[in-house]
Design a protein around this ligand. Structure first.
Ligand code: NAI
Length: 703
């Protein structure tokens, strides 16, 4: 079994984890917190211990092991470094993206080091932490690779500034394992003996959590958000119930070195500890080097966007026709010129453009101004707008067309040449401007609402076409005091609706950091929320093979109209997929009755022995227990010993590991439709017991 050196640099399937306050508290209890640190154990004003980070992405260690093909018989968690970017919220979803960054060779008989690096993001869009995890493969050295660069930590030759004693409970691993690391070595006395230990041992990361509490207590009491970096090497195992002390030396401003000592035998359990702390460096979103076009930037919202983009380093094309509120008149250079003067006198860079977005030539000329003056275009805010309100019957074609020409066609005219530039360079951010009137309706604005909602349709497809080129397109529905709203909004509200309340969201959507594409946000007065088109689960109304009757619609209207369990689709194909799936009830598919493959869980186990690979089973003595839930499911196990395999229904009393899955997912995985790694990282496949041994399944059975 050789290391897979090709794994270096290849990204893992992203790992997602939903968590809430109970996970946070369970972790805190698992690493010894209690009443004296209630902030970490009580949902009221709950805080998160920073080392919760690595416990929550524990599966990444498995991924590093699986992808590198490390010999599991000799695997150890060698070192762990965590870099904290933002405080960890008490609930949400974490998404971790990572890769194996290096595989080092320490030489024949001296082992190998596999380094996995990952970044974890919160569902709030913030990057939470970076993990650099070193797995030591005792049995994998000597493949002719390079050794790791030396990275010694020199401790001061003096007594530590702090020495914090703690005694993990003899039952500590039983609590800690509930945070994710359910490896048998920490719970099963027989397994521990088989592995050469007297009894189950502490999780290294549990001791790490005790150390993190000690470090916080001494250096940043009550302020976990001030942890910036925590790194260490796991050097010795520890039995639960043995007292430990965390020794801490303050070495620099915001930096300390630390180690954890076993107080019974004075062994160093965790060594080379580094802890850095301080305020989160203030991050300013900048647009240096970026070229932005803002249409209709001579007044109102567009002006506010242009000023702030320039203040944050962008070079701005300030487009404005300078016409009347209803678009009439021959236009004026004054509004655009005025904004350019404001920008340049504040030290920014900008150029005026007076073209009309309502024409093809106007759109091209606006983009040309950006190219001629600044050489490119990175950002486009389609903002120009007019109003011609009338109730529908009085809405003459002239007023209808004028409004569609500026809002809808205007966005098309400017976006098309800008998109071509962005596509060629592989980067772009576009913001459309819709309106609550378009999203929800407003009396007397049929022209305007039709145009505004059409912009959402334009975004929906552009987001798909732009995805491959890192072009992200989003939409804002602003509410702001401006020429367009001065006679619509009551005067007291008008004062509270400065365009500057809208600017942050619109500019965030133009930033390099913007993680989303295809989203719509209502923004105004310091309030933002997301709007979306959602679709209910619906109902099948066709009886058998025939067409439905009108009465079938009436009979099913409740279900058809219900938005309970509604979801948002990323594209048409997702919706068509659900349409097709509506005719394949889940439970039947799982049982294999309606499954187009016709394969059931029982069929798979009946046939599994035929796929056994005896040559891959030399020296292997394992029992894999399968607990398959749902229709067609049941319990089966495979016992592998002396290069032979028995497949039996029922439960084994000493499985090496247990795999739990829904029947439908199991069939999908075993028929190649659901990759095992994806099933595992998405939580569809849960493995208990000796997780590392489950890696053998792929080698022992070739399906
Ligand atoms: P505004 O009237 O202050 O600014 C719009 C600017 O667009 C004006 O300076 C105008 O000269 C320019 N413009 C009009 N037609 C143009 C054309 N054909 N070519 C180039 N420039 C042209 O209005 P405001 O409120 O700042 O509106 C900005 C955008 O936000 C518009 O698309 C509007 O529909 C949208 N909006 C505004 C809301 C609000 O509460 N202010 C509510 C919902 C949407």
């Amino acid at each position: 079994m050789a290391l897979n050196l090709d794994a270096v640099g290849k990204p893992f399937a992203p790992l997602t984890k939903d968590y809430d306050w109970k996970d946070v508290v369970l972790y805190a209890l698992g690493v010894g917190a209690g009443f004296p640190e209630l902030d970490y154990c009580y949902e009221k004003d709950l805080k998160v211990i920073p080392s919760f980070s690595i416990a929550s992405i524990f599966k990444i260690l498995m991924q590093i092991g699986l992808e590198s093909n490390i010999n599991l018989a000799g695997v150890l968690h060698g070192e762990q470094e965590l870099i904290f970017h933002n405080p960890i919220p008490v609930e949400g979803t974490m998404t971790t993206k990572g890769k194996i960054s290096h595989i080092y060779d320490k030489g024949e008989g001296r082992g190998a080091l596999v380094i996995g690096e990952s970044d974890t993001f919160h569902s709030n869009g913030q990057k939470l932490f970076t993990s650099i995890c070193t797995i030591f493969g005792r049995l994998d050295g000597g493949f002719g690779g390079q050794d790791a660069p030396k990275n010694e930590v020199v401790f001061p030759d003096r007594d530590p500034d702090f020495s914090i004693e703690a005694t993990p409970s003899p039952d500590q691993p039983l609590i800690y394992r509930l945070s994710g690391d359910v490896f048998s070595l920490h719970v099963d006395p027989e397994f521990a003996k088989m592995s050469g230990f007297e009894k189950p041992i502490m999780h290294g990361l549990c001791t790490h959590g005790f150390a993190c509490r000690a470090l916080m207590d001494c250096l940043i009491p009550g302020e976990p958000e001030k942890a910036r970096r925590m790194a260490c090497r796991f050097s010795k195992t520890l039995y639960p119930g043995i007292p430990i002390k965390t020794l801490i030396w303050k070495t620099d401003e915001g930096k300390a070195l630390w180690r954890v000592i076993n107080m019974e035998n004075e062994e160093i359990v965790i060594d080379n500890g580094i802890f850095e702390y301080g305020d989160i460096p203030k991050r300013e979103i900048r647009y240096d080097g970026k070229v932005a076009i803002v249409t209709g930037a001579g007044a109102g919202l567009g002006r506010a966007y242009a000023l702030e983009l320039a203040r944050r380093g962008a070079k701005v094309v300030v487009n404005d026709l300078g016409g009347a509120r209803d678009g009439s008149g021959s236009g004026s250079a004054a509004p655009a010129d005025q904004v350019v003067t404001e920008i340049t006198s504040a030290g920014g860079e900008a150029v005026a453009n007076y073209d009309n977005v309502a024409t093809v030539e106007g759109g091209e000329a606006i983009v040309k101004t950006a190219l001629d003056t600044f050489g490119t275009v990175d950002i486009l805010i389609n903002n120009a707008g007019i109003l011609r309100d009338k109730s529908f019957v009085k809405m003459e074609p002239e007023n209808w067309h004028a409004v569609l020409d500026v809002h809808l066609k205007g966005a098309y005219h400017v976006s098309r040449p800008a998109f071509a530039v962005m596509k060629a360079k592989g980067y772009g951010r576009i913001v459309m401007t819709t309106s609550a009137a378009g999203l929800y309706g407003n009396f007397g604005q049929t022209n305007y609402t039709a145009a505004k909602l059409a912009l959402v349709g334009l975004m929906n497809t552009l987001k798909l076409e732009g995805k491959k080129y890192n072009i992200r397109i989003n939409t804002v529905a602003p509410v702001a005091a401006s020429r367009l709203t001065e006679d619509i909004l009551p005067p007291d509200l008008f004062e509270k609706l400065k365009p500057e309340f809208v600017t942050p969201m619109t500019l965030f959507l133009c930033s390099e950091d913007c993680p989303v594409s295809g989203n719509i946000y209502n923004v105004g007065m310091g309030f933002c929320n997301r709007a979306a088109v959602v679709t209910g689960p619906g109902a099948v109304v066709a009886k058998g093979e025939g067409f439905p009757e009108l009465e079938d619609i009436v009979d099913n209207l409740d279900k058809i109209a219900s938005l309970k369990g509604a979801k948002e689709y990323v594209d048409l194909n997702e919706q068509i997929g659900d349409l097709m799936a509506a005719f394949t009830p889940k439970s039947e598919a799982a049982a294999g009755e309606d499954d187009p493959t016709g394969i059931s869980v029982g069929d798979i186990f009946a046939d599994l022995g035929n796929h056994f690979q005896p040559e891959a089973a030399a020296g292997v003595d394992v029992v894999f227990q399968y607990i398959i839930a749902g229709a067609g499911g049941g319990d089966w196990y495979t016992a592998i010993k002396d290069q032979s395999c028995a497949v039996e229904a029922g439960c084994h009393d000493k499985p090496t590991c247990t795999l739990k899955m829904d029947a439908e997912d199991f069939v999908a995985m075993m028929t190649g439709k659901l990759p095992a790694m994806q099933a595992f990282s998405s939580g569809k496949l849960v493995i208990e017991g000796d997780i590392m041994k489950s890696q053998l399944i792929e080698k022992l059975f070739k399906l």
